[in-house]
Write a protein that binds this ligand. Structure first.
Ligand code: SF4
Length: 257
C-alpha cells in the first residue's frame, strides 16, 4: 500500500468529525451537510439555491468575497439557474479590478482622491444591497468542533450578511477550517487567514497591505490603518424561529485559507 496516499485516513477522520459536528450544529439549529469533495459540495449548493429560490418571482442571490467559492466555480454555476439576480459587489475583472469600477487603465489605480471615493461609493452601495438579498452564499474562516462558525472581516460585509439580512445563508468551508474551539479559530484567522488574504489582495488586486503579520508570520494584534481583521463574528446558532436559515456545507478538501 502506498504510504503517501492518505485518502483513506482523511476520509475516516472526516467521517468522525462530521458525525460529531452534525450533532453539534443540529443542536444549534444550523443545517449541516458533509460533502466528500468539491463536486459534491457544488451540487449541494446548487440544490439548496434551487430549493430556496422563489417560484414566480426573481430571487436575489448575494455573494461576498471567498476563495473557497471561487474554487467551487459556484458563481458561474448559479448564473445558469434561471430567475436569479446575482448581487456580487466584489466581482473582479481579469486584471483584478472591481467590475463595478468600469473600465480603468492597466496597472495600479492612481486616481485623484475624489474620483476614487466616488467609485468606492458605488462599491459600498452594492455591498449594502447584497445584505438584503434572498440567499447569501459565502465562505467562513473557521468552524469549531463545538458547532460554532467564526469569521473575521475588515468592512463587515460578509459577517454582516451571515448574521442578519438575507433570508437564507449558505456557507461553504473546507476541512482545513475545522478548529477545536473559538480561541483556536480566532488565532487561526489572524495567524493564517489574515496575512494570506493581504498577500492575495496585493498580488492579485493591486492593494498595498503592509501589516506586521505578513512579515512575521503571526499576529501581533497591531493597530495598522490597513488592518483588515477588525470585525470578528461568532455564530453560536440560530433562534428557533430562524432554524432553517443557516446551511453549512463542510467539504473533505482543503479550500481557501
Ligand atoms: S491584528 Fe495586525 S498583525 Fe494581527 S492579523 Fe490583524 S493585521 Fe495582522
Amino acid at each position: 500500500m502506498s504510504e503517501i496516499n492518505l485518502t483513506g485516513e482523511r476520509k475516516l477522520l472526516f467521517q468522525a468529525q462530521s458525525e460529531k459536528l452534525a450533532k453539534k450544529f443540529s443542536s444549534r439549529r444550523i443545517s449541516f451537510y458533509p460533502c466528500y469533495d468539491k463536486d459534491e459540495a457544488q451540487k449541494k449548493v446548487l440544490q439548496l439555491v434551487r430549493e430556496f429560490k422563489f417560484e414566480n418571482s426573481e430571487t436575489k442571490v448575494g455573494f461576498a468575497d471567498s476563495v473557497t467559492l471561487h474554487q467551487l466555480d459556484i458563481f458561474n454555476q448559479i448564473k445558469k439557474i434561471g430567475g436569479i439576480n446575482i448581487i456580487n459587489p466584489l466581482a473582479r475583472n481579469e486584471d483584478g479590478k472591481y467590475v463595478i469600477f468600469g473600465k480603468q487603465p492597466s496597472g495600479k489605480m492612481n486616481l485623484p482622491r475624489d474620483e476614487y471615493y466616488a467609485l468606492m461609493e458605488k462599491l459600498w452601495q452594492s455591498m449594502r444591497e447584497s445584505l438584503l438579498t434572498d440567499i447569501f452564499v459565502i465562505g467562513a474562516n473557521a468552524i469549531t468542533m463545538k458547532g460554532q462558525i467564526v469569521s473575521t472581516d475588515g468592512t463587515g460585509n460578509r459577517v454582516g450578511g451571515m448574521i442578519f439580512g438575507p433570508r437564507k445563508v449558505i456557507i461553504v468551508v473546507g476541512r482545513n477550517k475545522i478548529c477545536r474551539d473559538v480561541d483556536e479559530a480566532i488565532k487561526r484567522n489572524r495567524d493564517i487567514a489574515a496575512p494570506l488574504n493581504y498577500y492575495r489582495h496585493n498580488i492579485k488586486h493591486h492593494n498595498r497591505f503592509d501589516n506586521p503579520c505578513m512579515k512575521l508570520g503571526y499576529c501581533v494584534d497591531c493597530n495598522s490603518p490597513r488592518r483588515g481583521c477588525l470585525k470578528t463574528v461568532i455564530i453560536d446558532g440560530e433562534m428557533e424561529g430562524f432554524k432553517d436559515r443557516t446551511h453549512l456545507i463542510l467539504v473533505n478538501e482543503n479550500l481557501g485559507f
